[in-house]
Design a protein around this ligand. Structure first.
Ligand code: NZQ
Ligand code: ZN
Length: 381
């Protein structure tokens, strides 16, 4: 096991009716900025619950943080936050609203342009404290310090890490209004977050393996049931907690991590608008295939423990584990091939070129460069 330092300061407030806890978490003298996406919280009653809980506070609202939040939109929120001198921010929405808010919080006290902070997070020295009401289980953003921001002008999408939410409220009932496609993408995203931290090589931590497998197994069990009963409280509670636990550092202690699938996925999203979870459903089976020699031992363990694959040669078992992974994503109703979306050589060449120019080396083996990304993308056709 590698050395590590673990500290996660986010307070989780979980359960039915827990949005009303807001008032116990933010002192009355704060000027609170509320940030929102495109309006789902108005139709599902979340907005009313938040405003009722914050009765008596001075509130400033910012609407319109879009999926894959754009720097162009966030700059407007930063301007308002500076002018209004807000001193606390609550993001009410999915991962995009919260990711955008993480940048807004860091950029309000920053004198220059917010995009500089995305490119160089070392410039972030302070931030306005913030919290979240998470309405979409997927990103784990509610309990991590990461955020992924897009730039329309330059067609770039980059992640940065800075501050954790002070607290996050998770009420599984707010997920009842999610469209099936967003649930499918959220389950795929959660699954791939675990795989990025798990599917490297065995023998690092018995405990991390079992925790990761526990999340994967839970997802494969609940996914078909959620499809039947998307308003079942216990099912959605389990899904919501899987998403949080998959990317809050708990399964990453002392182990190597991959993240190549995510890095290629961000390029597909910024170039073609693919929803994040679907980009991963397309890419992960291909990453597993192309790197199957390097990842063989762990793929065999994954196949046996998650899909009960115990028969056949190693080659047969590896192939079956990859096929089961792809059919799991298909069973969610997601595309798993680039050709289904008419994405081909032009995009592959563009991503290869970008990676070459940036000199990237992703993955636990630091060997996913432009050329390897090309082979992975070709394998998704
Ligand atoms: O904008 P509104 O109207 O709120 O609608 C949203 C949006 O259209 C809707 N939605 C959210 N909660 C809902 C709901 N609709 C009905 N009922 C609800 N309860 O869902 C749509 C998608 O929302 P979005 O926030 O974009 O989805 P998600 O949470 O999947 O976030 C995706 C973003 O997070 C980044 C992705 O790259 C992408 O930009 N990620 C962030 C990570 C992190 N912070 O650690 C890690 C991830 O790997 C990921 O990269
Ligand atoms: Zn993700």
């Amino acid at each position: 096991m590698n050395n590590f330092i673990f500290q996660n300061p986010t307070k989780l407030i979980f359960g039915k009716g827990s949005i009303s806890e807001l008032t116990n978490e933010i002192s009355k003298d704060k000027k609170v900025m509320l940030t929102f996406g495109g309006g789902s919280v108005k139709t599902n009653g979340v907005y009313n619950q938040v405003v009722a809980a914050l009765k008596g506070y001075t509130l400033v609202e910012f609407w319109g943080i879009e999926p894959n939040p754009k720097i162009e939109t966030l700059r407007k929120a930063v301007e308002i936050g500076k002018a209004e001198k807000v001193d606390f921010i609550v993001a009410v929405g999915g991962g995009s609203t919260l990711d955008g808010t993480k940048l807004i919080a860091a950029a309000i006290p920053y004198a220059s342009d917010a995009w500089e902070l995305v490119l160089n997070p070392k410039l972030i020295t302070t931030a306005i404290p913030f919290a979240s009401i998470m309405t979409l289980p997927a990103t784990g953003s509610e309990m991590n310090a990461g955020a992924v921001i897009s730039n329309l002008a330059t067609q770039e999408k980059f992640a940065f890490h800075a501050y954790y939410p002070q607290f996050s409220i998770l009420d599984p009932e707010v997920t009842y209004s999610l469209p099936p496609f967003q649930i499918a993408c959220g389950i795929a995203d959660t699954f791939v977050h675990v795989m990025e931290q798990y599917l490297t090589f065995p023998g690092q931590s018995l405990l991390m393996d079992r925790w990761a497998e526990g999340i994967l197994k839970t997802l494969t069990e609940i996914a078909p049931e959620i499809d039947e009963n998307p308003q079942d409280y216990d099912l959605m509670s389990n899904y919501m907690l899987c998403a949080t636990m998959a990317l809050n550092g708990f399964i990453a202690m002392g182990v190597a991590q991959d993240w190549a699938t995510h890095m290629i996925g961000h390029e597909l999203t910024v170039l073609h608008g693919l929803t994040h979870g679907e980009s991963l459903a397309i890419l992960l089976p291909a990453t597993m295939t192309v790197l199957s020699e390097q990842k063989k031992a762990k793929i065999l363990q994954y196949g046996e423990r998650i899909w009960n694959i115990t028969k056949g040669t190693e080659g047969v078992r590896v192939a079956e584990a990859i096929a089961r992974t792809e059919s799991f994503f298909s069973s969610l109703g997601l595309h798993t091939r680039l050709s289904e979306l008419n994405i081909g050589e032009e995009t592959i060449a563009e991503i290869e070129d970008r990676f070459n120019k940036r000199g990237v080396k992703f993955g636990e083996g630091k060997n996913v460069n432009g050329a390897v990304a090309r082979v992975i993308l070709e394998c998704c056709l």
